[in-house]
Design a protein around this ligand. Sequence first.
Ligand SMILES: [Fe+2]
Length: 471
Amino acid sequence: MKKRSVCFAGVLLITFCVAVSAQESPYIVMGTDNCVTIQFQSLHAYSGISLEYWLDTEGGGFSGRIAQVECSMDRARTEEGDLFKYRVNLCDLAPASRYAYLFSDTEPNGSRTNVTETFSLRTCPSFAAVTGSLRFAVYGDTRNDTGKSQEEQEEQDRHLRNILGQVIALDPQPVFAVHSGDFVQFGADHELWRDFLGIIADADPKRSLHGNVALCPVMGNHEYYGINYQGGQTDTALALFFWNFGYPGGDGYNIRTESYDYCVETGPLSLIVLEGCWDNRQEGWRGLYQPAPGQADWLKRTLAACRAQNRVPFVSIHPGAFSSGAHGSPTDHLGGYDFRQFHALYEAYNIPAVFSGHDHLFEHLLVTRKTESSSMAKTVNPVRYFVIGADTFPRDRARGWTDWIDDDPNYNCTDDLFFNDAHCFLLVDVMWEPAGNSLTMYTIEYSLMREDAAVPVGQWASQVLLPEAVE
Ligand SMILES: [Fe+2]
């Protein structure tokens, strides 16, 4: 497809140019409870794009009325025309339901043209439900690289399609999937974004993960990078990230716009997403990967609000605070080591799991702080850290060091699964039921799927007891 040069008018009214091609398949960006954003991009200006959606029965039929909503349109100026983004927020969806949807173009004479395939989406169970279950997936580090040969890029795309195909085929399908960051090699390169969106939002509903499963985006360090590591393109790269995803849709959710931090409350969960490479905004690709100013305070307030509502919190941040990959070393200048300062908060607020990427591997770790009092240590639940960054090539080399696991003066770490030789994703099932005396028992099961295995290659479970949820 012919490359085009496009100029975006960003939020700061800065105009800049990148290469762009059309992308026409819809994808879903997750929102708050029962609310999603669905959008697609096109080089064509349609006269009246609208989205039709209806409650979908498991048998493939439909019930209830078909609702039709008009899409908003954003425009980016290009040298050869305009790029358009059609976007709609759906915020009146029923909980624990499946909807079918399609886009069409209504001409001034009322005729419908350009009707897309029919996609579907699921909504979370209600927070007030006495019993329920919720499934989501985590994958990440999907970046392709213009430095790779055509064969290598095609090989990478084939593996990624395989993994996403496994997620699509799950029964039940996840309600949403977290991408742990590093979507593309160079955030300022729209051609790479075009290729990536073409994989996650395929025109064929059977191959389109995010045409059917909402995406929860986490910003990785490559989302700041200029084409071929050119400096001075961070604004372009970030504008492309926000053009493609923005913040999750819906009103009233908790965001912190000074960095890409947000908390989505969905079902009984609070999904907290943190920007881990904030200082890349100043330093290009030379950031130190330290918490953004005010980020720790926002995190603490968010966790406190989560606890006040008896929600179960999960955290996702691109660089892993604990990892035995290349970026886990305290001496690595791109490492997430400094985010260990959040561990005490995770511990205090009983975070079941932290999801990261960055290192091109999978690792599961349980971490506790070393304390003077062994009895105190026994009463503190370990924090479960997952590194899920294996969905690209090249893989990280084998562990360069493991000494910190045994010798770290501040933390006890145990890890029971590490590999760097296969694409993978993590499946998280959260189930809840009454536990008597106004308590609710949450059972959380984690299943790790590799591309080359039909059954989980790792499984873990934990339980969290919380007072009964009150809305
Ligand atoms: Fe990264």
